[in-house]
Write a protein that binds this ligand. Structure first.
Ligand SMILES: [Zn+2]
Length: 212
C-alpha cells in the first residue's frame, strides 16, 4: 500500500503538470475513447503503457484470461457483456481489441486445472466459458509437447474464440454490418514486450508493423 501512496505523490508532483489540461478537458467534455480494449488482469499486461495511450483513449476491461462469454451468458458472471454494450452502444468506440498474452495463468489453469480449485468456485465457473478452447487444444494441438507452446496456442485460440463470441452481441453484429466497428485479435509476448495481431488472410498472429 505504501508503494501506491508514494506513487500517487510522485504522480502529483512530477507528472500531473503535463496532464492537468487533458484531465480538465476530459472532465468538461466527457470521455470519447476510440477503442474497447479487453485484456487479461495479469499485472504484466498494461494496455495503456504498451500502446502509449493517454487518459480518455481506451475503455479497458481486464478480466481473468481476457475471456468474452457469449451474449446469452447473462447475470453477474458476465460483467464483460455490460462493458461491451456500454462501450459500443453508448460511447460508440470504433474498434475492439481482444489482447491475450504469453505465460497466462488463466490459460494454464484452463489446460491443466488449478491447485486448490475446489475452493475457487467463481474462478472455476469463469474459466468454463473458455472450455471450447481447451477442447480445441486437445483435439488439434496434440503435437505440441512443450507446455509453454500449448499455453501460447491456447492464448491465441482464446483470443479468436473471444472475437467469435463478440459476434453474438446484437450491438456488435449491427455495427459490423454497418461498417462502423472493427474487431482485432492481439497477442502480447511478455518477455520481449512484442505485440502480434491476427491476420485473417494468413490465419497467423503477425508482429504489428509500423504504420507506413
Ligand atoms: Zn493472463
Amino acid at each position: 500500500m505504501q508503494q501506491l501512496i508514494a506513487g500517487i505523490h510522485k504522480f502529483q508532483q512530477d507528472e500531473l503538470g503535463r496532464y492537468q489540461e487533458l484531465f480538465h478537458r476530459l472532465s468538461r467534455e466527457g470521455q470519447n475513447p476510440h477503442t474497447l480494449f479487453i485484456t487479461c488482469s495479469d499485472s504484466r499486461v498494461l494496455a495503456e503503457l504498451i500502446t502509449q495511450s493517454q487518459p480518455g483513449d481506451l475503455f479497458v476491461v481486464k478480466n481473468v484470461g481476457n475471456i468474452v462469454p457469449r451474449a446469452d451468458v447473462s447475470g453477474s458472471t458476465n460483467s464483460t457483456a455490460a462493458a461491451i454494450e456500454f462501450a459500443i452502444q453508448s460511447l460508440g468506440v470504433s474498434d475492439v481489441v481482444v489482447c491475450g498474452h504469453s505465460l497466462c495463468g488463466a490459460m494454464a489453469a484452463l489446460l491443466e486445472g488449478l491447485p486448490g480449485q475446489e475452493s475457487m468456485p467463481h474462478l472455476r465457473e469463469w474459466l468454463e466459458f473458455a472450455s471450447p478452447v481447451r477442447q480445441l487444444i486437445e483435439r488439434d494441438y496434440g503435437y505440441l509437447k512443450d507446455p509453454d507452446a500449448r499455453m501460447t496456442a491456447a492464448a491465441e485460440e482464446n483470443v479468436l474464440f473471444a472475437l467469435e463470441n463478440l459476434h453474438t452481441y446484437p450491438v456488435v453484429a449491427e455495427r459490423l454490418a454497418a461498417g462502423t466497428l472493427r474487431l482485432h485479435g492481439w497477442f502480447f509476448r511478455i518477455a520481449t514486450a512484442e505485440m502480434f495481431a491476427y491476420d485473417p488472410a494468413t490465419q497467423q498472429f503477425q508482429p504489428i508493423q509500423r504504420p507506413s
